[in-house]
Design a protein around this ligand. Sequence first.
Ligand code: PMP
Length: 427
Amino acid sequence: MQNSRSAQLFKQAQAVIPGGVNSPVRAFRSVGSEPLFIKTASGCNITDEDGNSFIDYVGSWGPMILGHCHPQVIAAVKTAMERGCSFGAPTELEVTLAEMVIKAVPSVEMVRMVSSGTEATMSAIRLARGYTNRDKILKFSGCYHGHSDALLVKAGSGAATFGVPDSPGVPTDFAKHTLTARFNDLDSVRKLVSENKDQIACIIVEPIAGNMGTVPPREGFLEGLRQLCTNEGIVLIFDEVMSGFRVAYGGAQEVYGVTPDMTTLGKIIGGGLPVGAFGGKKEIMSLLSPSGGVYQAGTLSGNPLAMTAGIETLKLLQRPGFYQELEEKSAYVAGGIAKAAKDAGFPIYSTRVGSMFCAFFTKGEVQDWDSAAQCDTTAFAKYFRLMLEEGVYLAPSQFETAFVSIAHSQDDLDRTIAAAAKSFKAL
Ligand code: PMP
């Protein structure tokens, strides 16, 4: 594969941008490689600066559920742009998207827009603390909720990939209110809750963990968290930045029938433009400034271009049969890759919920961070590079989720499975 232009740009980038990238996992370090600089994308294909095209399973890390450059989204954003990029004043678009989100997501009665998932979770936690008058929060090892100080503790993918689960620069004093339990292990949660009686403001969880590969919740896990939070007056926050509008129109809470008190969103609701949102019960959300005293704000919050891309994306997701079609495509490709590995005698543990899937390079089951960490990351790195040579662009880390879009055609899926078969044989 010719990659001289990407190599040149990476060299230039490293001189002016730390590590040459604006978000760490993009650097391809954990797969012992260098990043491709992307020039264009369309449907499920992305093309780099050297003209190489790939079938894309990153989808900008989740937002591109419709594939890249959906004509309806592009047309709407162009029109919105001509009306003005940002006003710093309320718009009808914000009301429209808020109403759509409230209608879709069971737990959301009111919602506030922000510009990233990080802001959404950070603000949701501040609000939960304000609401309960408690300081401590509980998260799960391997779950990522953005890079705010309190949440950068045992935070999965990016951080875990680089072996710095607790980042320098986060004062111990800031992280000391963060308790960490094991995903899928209710006993570990009960223990922390009883040791910190009446001190925990919220439990924040990715209902489908997507930042340690893809780890679905065990039966009863989310229900157990719901019960415990109700009993103890703890705010339950589902971080659906990744799973929201991805695994179903109403997110993981629709799939599993468990309703949290608050939900954080991002990625898909911005259709590829910078967006995040947090919402929940009116009783809690009303405490937010200016109706309440918990402060939160943003110059570009509710940005008209992002709102427009979100509205158009959500409209398209409402098409009858959309999620069924996506489910079938995803089952086909994830099943095909798992079978290719088995046929090649290569052990993987395959997981999938809707269009989120992962091939873990391990023989054992993966239920939490400890079991995910058993994976053979060296073999994964080889697989990643082989797949790239075959024209398939996967996330450059074992601890990430692969995303299928509605734009992946049968031919794309078959080519992906053939590439996987060839790669597993070569391993
Ligand atoms: N929460 C989850 C579950 C995420 O997957 C991510 C990003 N991958 C975030 C929060 C942070 O979102 P952002 O990168 O937009 O700040």
